[in-house]
Design a protein around this ligand. Structure first.
Ligand SMILES: C[S@@+](CC[C@H](N)C(=O)[O-])C[C@H]1O[C@@H](n2cnc3c(N)ncnc32)[C@H](O)[C@@H]1O
Length: 217
């Protein structure tokens, strides 16, 4: 399907307003970028646009309430900016670093950050998560559709600041419980406690499941 013919989901405006409040114009601008350049550059399949809001934007926004006020956030394997850009848009109190190893995706993210006017508090880091020296570390490390928990623990944990309060939030959907069980050895070794949380952006949007990992287990 040529990009121009892609059908874009039209979301309920009341829901968009309820979830994103005053940031509604910014999330709508990001949705446009995903549905145009995202498809042209091959970061989004044309089949994704009819479910862009429900499957991607609201799905990622469901994590928003799990993040502490003013947190520093690293989004590992950000791709086209999911969930990192959605969180940055919906929560203007956050400072967000988007970590992505593929150059094409990094360029896409840099353009999007600039066009959305987020450059004061969103940076794009080019590389694999395990290549970065996080310095003091991030309050929260997020990830969606990047790898199984068995691998994510090793990639994300070094990025989380030490001490209490630091956490990893992995958007997992239906596989959450099975993945936690499978990663039991890695979680014990890293002394991480796992909690499975069901969240939704709004009562009118689909629920999704997040695995929350915290130090000190
Ligand atoms: C399936 S895409 C998911 C993108 C986005 N998170 C989403 O939900 O649409 C996986 C992304 O993870 C990135 N990735 C894979 N291994 C990685 C690693 N070790 N560190 C950081 N990013 C990684 C890939 O380049 C790709 O952009």
């Amino acid at each position: 399907m040529p990009p121009g013919e892609a059908q874009v989901e039209i979301p309920d405006p009341d829901v968009v307003r309820a979830v994103f409040g005053s940031q509604e114009p910014v999330i709508r601008a990001y949705a446009d970028i995903l549905a145009t350049r995202g498809i042209e550059w091959g970061l989004m399949g044309p089949r994704e646009t009819p479910r862009l809001w429900e499957r991607h934007l609201f799905n990622c926004a469901a994590m928003m309430d799990l993040l502490p006020h003013g947190a520093t956030v690293a989004d590992v394997g950000s791709g086209a900016g999911l969930p990192g850009l959605v969180l940055a848009i919906g929560r203007p109190d956050l400072k967000v670093s988007l970590i992505e190893p593929l150059q094409r995706r990094v360029t896409f993210l840099q353009l999007a950050v600039e066009e959305l006017g987020l450059q004061d508090r969103v940076e794009v880091l080019h590389g694999r998560a395990e290549e970065f020296d996080p310095g003091v570390g991030f309050d929260v490390v997020t990830s969606r559709a990047v790898g199984a928990l068995t691998k994510l623990v090793g990639w994300c944990l070094p990025l989380v600041r030490s001490g209490t309060g630091g956490q990893i939030l992995a958007l997992k959907g239906a596989s959450a419980a099975a993945e936690v069980e499978k990663a039991d050895k890695e979680l014990r070794k890293a002394r991480l406690s796992a909690e499975i949380v069901s969240v939704r952006a709004d009562a009118r949007t689909e629920p999704t499941t997040v695995v929350r990992l915290r130090r000190g287990a």
